[in-house]
Every structure is written in C-alpha cells, then in structure tokens.
Write a protein that binds this ligand. Sequence first.
Ligand SMILES: Nc1ncnc2c1ncn2[C@@H]1O[C@H](COP(=O)(O)OP(=O)(O)OP(=O)(O)O)[C@@H](O)[C@H]1O
Length: 237
Amino acid sequence: MLEIKDLVAGYEQRMLIRNLFFSLPEPAFVAIVGHNGGGKTTFFKALTGQLPYQGQVRFNGSNFKELPRQAASNILSYLPQKNSVSFPIPVRDLAVMGLIRKKRFLENYNTADYQQVDQLLVELEIAHLAHRDFTELSGGEQQLIWLAQLMLQDTRLCLLDEPTQQLDVYHKKHVFQLMTDWVNQRQKTVLCITHDLPNLYGHKGYLLNLSKPQPQLEVLTSATIQDNILFLEQKLG
Ligand SMILES: Nc1ncnc2c1ncn2[C@@H]1O[C@H](COP(=O)(O)OP(=O)(O)OP(=O)(O)O)[C@@H](O)[C@H]1O
C-alpha cells in the first residue's frame, strides 16, 4: 500500500502539490497526468527525496522520510524525464548497471547478469541494439534502454517520468502494455507520468490528474480517460 497523507511540495514562491491525499492498494498502475508545469515531476522529486516536503509518504508502513538511502533504493526505482551519458558505452554494459543493487561493492557483472540483460532486451524488442554504442542511438532507442535498466532494478515501486515521450506510435503502445504487465505479472506498483492519455484505453489501473483542484485517484475507464482528456484540453486555470 502506498499512502500519501497531506503532501505539500513545491518551490519557494510556488506550492505545486497542496494537501495531496491518497491510498493506493498494491500492485497497481497509476498514470499521473496534468498540464505542463503542473507539478508532476515535482511530485516525483518529493517521493524520491530530492525535494523537501510536508506530510507523509508511506510504502507498506515504512515512512519514506525515515528510510536510509540504501533501503529506499531497494524499494523504489526512478526513471527521470531526462537522462544522459556523455561517454561511449555499449548498450549491454549500460543496461546491466540496473543490477547494481544486487552486487557487492566492486563485484563484477557475470555471465548470468548479462544473460538477464539479453533476455530483457529481447522482451523489449531491442536485442539488435545490444552491442551498439549507446550515445549513437536515437532518442527513442535510448529511452527503451533506460527502461530496460529500470526494469532490471526490480523494485516494488517504479516511478517513470514520461517514459514514452520520444517513442513512435508502436513503441508507445508496447511500453504501456509492458508497464501494465509488470503490475499484473510481477506485482510491481508503477507510477507513470504521461501526456499520452489515448494510450491508457484498455488498461487497468488509476489516473491521478495533478491539474485538478483536489487531485484524487480515479479508476481507469474509457469514461474517466475521456473526461480527463477534455479537462486537459482546457487551459490551466
Ligand atoms: N528548482 C526549481 N525551482 C523553482 N521552480 C521550479 C524548479 N523546478 C521546477 N520548477 C517549476 O515548477 C513548475 C512545475 O514543474 P514540474 O517539472 O513539476 O512540472 P510538470 O508537471 O512535470 O511539467 P511537464 O509536463 O512540462 O513535464 C514549473 O513551472 C517549473 O518551472
């Protein structure tokens, strides 16, 4: 269970999250939506301890503020909106780093680790990129590699900030399917910031619209998706 109680977060002049309150049963998929600048990434920054906040965030009873960094990284993985690498590195070697928390200090990755990476690259339909230099890939291809790295972290709670932003229509659909499969088959709880509302049709889970005056979890149905599309077509008030 992810419990958010009276969460208040933002910046000096602007409080963007005001008294957010919800209880999310596990496992679950939540699409976090809202206008540009509405506070979605700010919410994730609070959850990941990058931004101070008031209120409480509890995951299965543990208060995030009281969790040591290592314990928090065992529970939660985070894929930021922008991620970059400034040196040449083969895709497999970047993806395998997702397994770092399962390794002892200075322990090398072994054949089994790389087999796990290869299997996942097949599942993500990007096995052909395994030996390419990551820095030479397209934006969408890079996004899929970051996704593989996040999946390898294998945490109960996964936060993804616009993971389909640069993907083509086919891959957007594929990644939404993968995320909801993680929930149904691997019992993960996935919070995904997205502007791709039409991709939510047919998926089970919830929607949290941070542009609404009092955001709350709404069950994903064709009607709630449609309502939220209509809401977001209006200018931020
Ligand atoms: N470090 C900061 N200091 C002050 N203001 C900030 C800071 N970081 C972000 N903001 C502002 O907070 C607001 C919310 O930003 P945030 O990144 O949370 O929006 P978002 O909902 O994720 O938007 P988008 O859909 O465009 O990604 C924006 O107006 C942004 O300029």
